[in-house]
Design a protein around this ligand. Structure first.
Ligand code: COD
Ligand code: ATP
Length: 200
């Protein structure tokens, strides 16, 4: 089975790209969704988070208050590192399990959509790295609009991630998502065609 790693900075358009891939019938394993699933009430991850960040990152019903935890970790490098140490091994384990399930089903191509594909080392388990690119101006504009956050908050989130230039070194294909959705769709179809026609 060929595994494609899909990555890119925050609000670069990974979800948009993965939606198009899903439309093509390709199975997508989404790291952001897994990171939400593993912090269910009573989970080991949520207990670790409470131990390290206190009750103030929980809602009254005991579930995770993502907005509060996000504003804590994206403005403090050490706190982000603590959260990453709790979350990343669990996310990676779950991704590996899902890859095996998909492999057992006889699927020949699957995609891992992970914003931190490079940072977490997950790129080692994929065959091809697809990087979604937007310039900083477009990225900030789309992030502020989508998440309804301030310019400062958007800057902090972007700065907490590896730069595009650094990620580029690990990538096999770059999708330029600065333009229209139609333009991006065309690039994806061209890349897919090339990947599918490749010999194993
Ligand atoms: C801090 C949390 C609670 C904020 O939740 P929120 O719902 O606001 O954001 P969400 O999870 O949808 O992530 C949105 C985007 O933020 C960026 N982001 C998320 N976590 C991180 C991180 N640890 N470091 C840098 N950027 C991150 C990604 O681009 C992601 O696509 C959440 O992002 C989290 O639990 N992060 C740690 C898990 C993680 O590293 N996920 C990425 C898996 S590869
Ligand atoms: N080509 C495009 N033209 C206009 N808007 C776009 C385009 N691509 C994506 N967007 C919009 O930009 C925002 C960010 O895109 P998307 O949510 O796909 O990014 P992401 O990389 O998955 O983000 P995250 O890292 O936070 O998960 C969304 O509101 C999306 O609708």
């Amino acid at each position: 089975m060929k595994i494609i790693g899909l990555t890119g900075g925050i609000a670069s358009g990974k979800s948009f790209v993965s939606d198009i891939l899903k439309e093509e019938g390709i199975i997508v394993i989404d790291a952001d969704i897994i990171s939400r699933e593993i912090v269910f009430k009573g989970s080991e991850a949520l207990k670790d988070i409470e131990q390290n960040f206190g009750k103030e990152v929980l809602n009254n019903d005991g579930t995770l208050n993502r907005k509060r935890l996000g504003s804590l970790v994206f403005s403090d490098k050490n706190k982000l590192e603590t959260l990453n140490k709790i979350m990343h091994p669990k996310i990676i384990d779950e991704i590996k399990k899902r890859i095996e399930t998909v492999r057992m089903q006889g699927v020949n191509l699957c995609v891992i959509d992970a914003p931190l594909l490079i940072e977490t080392g997950l790129y080692h388990i994929v065959d091809i790295v697809l990087l979604v690119y937007v310039n900083r101006e477009v990225q900030i504009k789309r992030l502020i609009k989508r998440d309804n956050i301030s310019f400062e908050e958007a800057e902090k989130r972007i700065s907490s991630q590896m730069s595009f230039e650094e990620k580029k070194k690990y990538s096999d294909y770059i999708i330029d998502n600065n333009g229209s959705r139609e333009n991006t769709k065309k690039q994806i179809h061209d890349i897919l065609e090339e990947i599918i026609s490749m010999e194993d």
